[in-house]
Design a protein around this ligand. Structure first.
Ligand code: FES
Length: 160
């Protein structure tokens, strides 16, 4: 938050107005601000004010949250927009294209997981060695060939 000596202009919003316009709680605005996603400034009377252009940032954050995009990625996108500037059409086009790729990637992953779950439903083994959902990516296989758990624990099997 800036403590500039800036004078409020009629288009600036108080925290309550900003929350109402953005459709979020005041605490949510504070959280976004603490995460560096939006910014405000204070009047000489120590009242928090938001530039109206910050509303566009909140809109982007809300859409991203609906899509399940992590805040770190939202921050990355918003950091490309100069401070004090509104998120423009081109900024939004870039972000939405990026996030569409992420959603495509997740959908492919979920479809693969659903296929594995179908297999598991008919199995029920819940085996660390052979169940792709219990041991996704076969993490033990990356440690090398052979019976890894057996090799790690001498003659005793530590799976139990
Ligand atoms: S439960 Fe047997 S493979 Fe997943």
């Amino acid at each position: 938050m800036s403590k500039s000596g800036r004078k409020a202009v009629p288009s600036d919003l108080s925290v309550g107005e900003m929350a109402k316009r953005a459709g979020v709680a005041v605490s949510t605005l504070h959280y976004y601000e603490s995460e560096g996603l939006i910014s405000s400034w204070r009047t000489a009377a120590n009242h928090r004010r938001y530039d109206r252009r910050e509303l566009r940032r909140v809109s982007v954050i809300r859409v991203a949250q609906t899509l399940g995009i992590p805040l770190a990625e939202v921050r990355e996108v918003l950091s490309r927009v100069p401070k004090g500037a509104a998120v423009g059409k081109a900024d939004w086009a870039d972000a939405s294209a990026l996030w569409r790729e992420e959603i495509d990637r997740r959908m492919a992953l979920l479809e693969r997981l659903r296929g594995q779950l179908d297999h598991c439903m008919g199995c029920g083994c819940l085996s660390l060695e052979s169940c792709p959902l219990y041991n996704p990516g076969d993490t033990l296989a990356r440690q090398g060939p052979g019976p890894r758990r057996w090799m790690d624990s001498g003659s005793e099997n530590s799976d139990q």
